[in-house]
Design a protein around this ligand. Structure first.
Ligand SMILES: [Zn+2]
Length: 336
């Protein structure tokens, strides 16, 4: 499977980065300032050309709900039956959706329109261009109970595959899967702006899009000895301009579904170096404090760990990651 956004690893930064960051702050969301301080020599991926106001709405699907009366059935798990055995679907159901869908037909639930009329915001963590815009991303923004950097550069593998490239690739793959199921999907950045957006704008994206749910994709920068994924759910934060009381419960429901579906799709174990049983609850993330729609983060793996890095660099594994994310969002929107 091809990787639509993969770039060759930026090996030129490898040695400089690894020697400095090995002992740095473990969580990518805490920033990667040591890296950018060293690596001021050039933009990593400043291919965007717009003025920074471009929203991902232009990329969103505009499918009309073709079957408004369709039953909301739980999603079918990703694994296709190898032997062609029926999976229990009614015999009248077509065996496969029409050709032309952008994803593996086997991954699309029968009918393909479970999510018609639903809107999902995907938030690819960081931005490949952030490293070239330290002034902009270091600006402090209000997250209700604190002030925090607008955005951070994120982490990367030892071989130089950046978290920002990872999150954008997986988000695009998840968008394709969810769009095929009938959802409207909005990305808060789609490689269409030079940096950011800031975390408060990322948080607002759900409300701005009138979305039903939002999900932020990350890869972690933990200790090299640690591996596995974890889901971060919002703590209740009522402080300053933050009041996420209404999203805490549904976000936790989404978090549990995401833990289940992501592991089913990827086989990735729960993180063994942070969180507990693959779940964390945090009050220091603007993207959760300020969200008006149910939202969670996923740290899909630890990019500083060699085994996780190998998986996350593999386009086929990233497709599985996207599958798990899409399945969890589908389950969230079609079950109670
Ligand atoms: Zn991150």
């Amino acid at each position: 499977m091809t990787g639509p956004t993969s770039r060759p690893p930026r090996r030129s930064t490898l040695l400089r980065v690894t020697t400095v960051v090995a002992a740095a702050v473990p969580l990518c969301t805490a920033g990667w300032l040591g890296w950018q301080a060293l690596d001021g020599s050039g933009p990593a991926g400043a291919s965007a050309s717009s003025n920074g106001t471009a929203q991902a709405g232009a990329q969103a699907a505009t499918q009309s709900p073709a079957t408004p009366g369709a039953p909301l059935t739980p999603p079918v798990q990703a694994a296709p039956p190898a032997d062609g055995t029926p999976t229990g679907a009614p015999t009248a159901t077509p065996a496969a959706p029409p050709s032309g869908t952008p994803t593996d037909p086997a991954s699309v639930p029968a009918g393909g329109a479970d999510l018609a009329g639903r809107t999902i915001v995907l938030d690819p963590g960081h931005n490949p261009g952030n490293v070239a815009h330290p002034t902009e991303i270091n600006r402090q923004v209000d997250i209700g109970n604190a002030r925090k950097e607008c955005d951070t550069t994120g982490t990367e593998t030892n071989a130089g595959y950046t978290e920002a490239d990872y999150t954008l690739d997986v988000s695009r793959r998840a968008r394709a899967l969810l769009t095929a199921r009938g959802a409207k999907v909005v990305l808060v950045q789609d490689g269409d702006r030079p940096w950011g957006p800031c975390i408060d704008e990322r948080a607002r994206a759900g409300a701005d899009a009138h979305a039903d749910v939002a999900l932020s994709v990350h890869g972690d920068g933990g200790p090299a000895s640690g591996s596995g994924f974890h889901v971060i759910m919002p703590a209740k934060v009522v402080a300053g301009k933050a009041d996420n009381s209404a999203i805490v419960e549904p976000s936790h429901r989404l978090g549990l579904l995401l833990r289940e579906r992501f592991q089913a799709a990827t086989g990735e174990p729960y993180a063994d170096y942070t969180a507990k049983d693959g779940l964390d609850v945090r009050s220091d993330l603007g993207g959760l404090n300020l969200s008006a729609v149910p939202k969670v983060f996923i740290e899909c793996g630890n990019m500083r760990n060699s085994a996780d890095a190998r998986r996350m660099t593999d386009p086929q594994w990233r497709q599985q990651a996207a599958q798990g994310i899409a399945d969890a969002l589908t389950a969230f929107l079609t079950t109670r």
